[in-house]
Design a binder for this molecule. Structure first.
Ligand code: NAD
Length: 249
């Protein structure tokens, strides 16, 4: 199997794309730590996989350091990091305020920095590792009602490239995926928060895909598993759109 003998940490692993990724990496042979704000959810997914669950708020660096320490103590040093945790508060930008900016940047951008900062030194020391960041098509094309989220995800794409350059000499790779509309609680939060407008935004996203449909979490997990493993040994600094052809660059 592609990830035999490897350890993996998946943030936001209790739901959606993160849960599908934790399952897929375990199916590929990895021992998986499932980290999430939702600790019971993390325990449920980890229980299915004989993995390790830890409570982690990626927006809180001390919680991140403690979660990473606990995961490494239980499973051994982390070989594969999937920075997947994410969240949005849908709102037109003119109606947003600093507390929304703080929240959305804290989870989606600073969270990726914090977890990478906690995991990368050990990867560099051991001269092995693969990081996969879950960005978004929103970070490439911009998404209405998600301006701050779009900014955060564009930041993740830039961060991915810089870490790939800084870490190449340590044989650590760093890539990203940019999902389009994927059927998870997050996608369906827009209709729940904005009602009919949210339904229209979701429909507009789905209609923008060349394949004319939303995706499933497992379809993103498959791309993440590819980037995480040695099949992608000559791939670094890339962002792979997993979006039914929503954008094509
Ligand atoms: N679903 C989509 O259409 C879509 C599209 C593009 C990108 N994404 C990205 O995919 C990733 C996964 O999203 P999803 O759609 O599976 O959503 P989801 O809501 O199903 O899962 C997100 C998980 O992250 C956890 N989480 C949220 N805030 C956290 C925090 N501060 N610390 C730790 N865990 C936290 C949640 O508890 C949840 O388990 C996110 O980064 C999201 O931005 C999703």
């Amino acid at each position: 199997m592609r990830l035999d003998g490897k350890t993996a940490l998946v943030t936001g692993g209790a739901s959606g794309i993160g849960a599908a990724t934790a399952r897929r990496l375990a199916a590929e042979g990895a021992r998986v730590a499932v980290a999430d704000l939702n600790e019971p959810g993390a325990r449920e997914v980890a229980g299915e996989l004989d993995g390790f669950a830890c409570a982690m708020d990626v927006a809180d660096p001390s919680s991140v350091r403690e979660g990473v320490r606990a995961a490494a103590a239980e499973l051994g040093a982390i070989d594969v990091l999937v920075n997947n945790a994410g969240s949005d508060r849908f709102s037109y930008f003119v109606n947003s305020d600093e507390s929304l900016w703080e929240f959305v940047l804290g989870v989606n951008l600073r969270g990726v920095l914090a977890v990478t900062h906690a995991v990368l030194p050990s990867m560099q020391e051991r001269r092995t590792g693969s990081i996969v960041n879950v960005a978004s098509e929103a970070g490439r094309v911009g998404s209405q009602g998600s301006a701050v989220y779009s900014a955060a995800k564009a930041g993740v794409i830039g961060f991915t490239k810089a870490i790939a350059r800084e870490s190449a000499r340590y044989r650590v790779r760093c890539n990203a995926v940019a999902p389009g509309p994927i059927e998870t609680p997050l996608l369906n939060a827009a209709p729940a928060m904005l009602g009919e407008l949210g339904e229209r935004l979701k429909a507009a996203m789905v209609n923008s895909t060349a394949l004319g449909r939303s995706g499933e979490p497992e379809e993103v997990a498959a791309a993440i598993a590819f980037l995480a493993g040695e099949d992608a040994s000559y791939v670094t600094g890339q962002t792979l759109n997993v979006s039914g052809g929503l954008s094509m660059w």
